[in-house]
Design a protein around this ligand. Structure first.
Ligand code: SF4
Length: 270
């Protein structure tokens, strides 16, 4: 008879000619259903799907799962890294001091909190606010991707058929996505981004949007606005402007003004 160890048992089966061994799931261990991208019809269904999630170890230590909240048809989505203590206690994203800062940033671009959707990469708080671990991000990230997909659905369908003013709003959201998600929670850079730096970036984007709206209302074609050279610099400023480099932010702000002025003059001349 084989010994008790798994190795002895497997060797015994091998010796008597067994070539395949099928392992059953241990009694009591319930498998979480797998998320099928694109199969969830809306955000409430996704929230229900995640209810009670134990797909990673944070499920055991959280107080509340923080799905995210806001306008389900928002044109802007803000994504943080993970819930903190206040969020964990209340089950809401970006409350407490982080929430107040975010509210100011949102207001700086002429929006209200209720206009946007707010979520985190991780839906559960890491103990003592430690850094998320790779396996936790790997387990939870698909749910953020699905939230983004659901958020964007209304924006992408028929985008080209929308009036120019609405297209500009979508375009503005893409700039915010580019500028912030490039230096997002998924990279180290985000840890060094101060509130002042984030606010400086938002002010620049807000100014670009204000000038773009004015130019559009004044008859400048949308494609002329979206082909301005300064756009690429705005999209990459999170990566390319060093923390505390106020001069670079100032130069970029001037470039935004100059390019819109030139576009307006070109428009009047044509
Ligand atoms: S962090 Fe995400 S994957 Fe982990 S338990 Fe919470 S909801 Fe589930």
């Amino acid at each position: 008879m084989p010994g008790d160890s798994p190795r002895d048992q497997l060797e015994f089966f091998r010796d008597i000619g067994v070539r395949d061994v099928f392992l059953s799931r241990p009694a009591g261990a319930k498998g979480a259903p797998t998320l099928v991208p694109g199969a969830t019809p809306d955000l409430p269904s996704l929230a229900q799907f995640l209810d009670g999630c134990q797909r990673c170890k944070l499920g055991k230590t959280r107080t509340n799962l923080v799905f995210g909240q806001g306008n389900p048809h928002a044109e802007l989505m803000f994504v943080g890294e993970a819930p903190g203590r206040d969020e964990d206690e209340q089950g809401l994203a970006f409350v407490g001091r982080a929430g107040q800062l975010l509210t100011k940033i949102i207001e700086a671009i002429g929006r209200k909190r209720e206009d946007v959707f707010i979520a985190n990469v991780l839906k559960c708080r890491p103990p003592n606010n430690r850094n998320p671990e790779p396996d936790e991000v790997a387990s939870c990230r698909p749910f953020l991707d699905e939230q983004v997909r659901l958020e964007r659905m209304a924006r992408i369908v028929g985008k080209d058929a929308l009036p120019a003013r609405q297209q500009l709003t979508l375009f503005s959201a893409e700039i915010v996505n580019e500028a912030f998600l490039r230096q997002s929670a998924f990279s180290e850079i985000d840890w060094y981004a101060s509130p002042q730096r984030l606010a400086a970036m938002m002010r620049l984007i807000g100014r670009f949007i204000a000038l773009a709206e004015r130019a559009l209302a004044g008859g400048t074609p949308l494609d002329r606005i979206t082909s301005l050279g300064v756009l690429r610099a705005l999209q990459r400023m999170g990566e390319e402007i060093a923390e505390g480099d106020a001069g670079a932010f100032g130069a970029l702000a001037q470039r935004v003004e100059d390019e819109f002025r030139a576009a307006g003059e070109a428009g009047r001349g044509s």
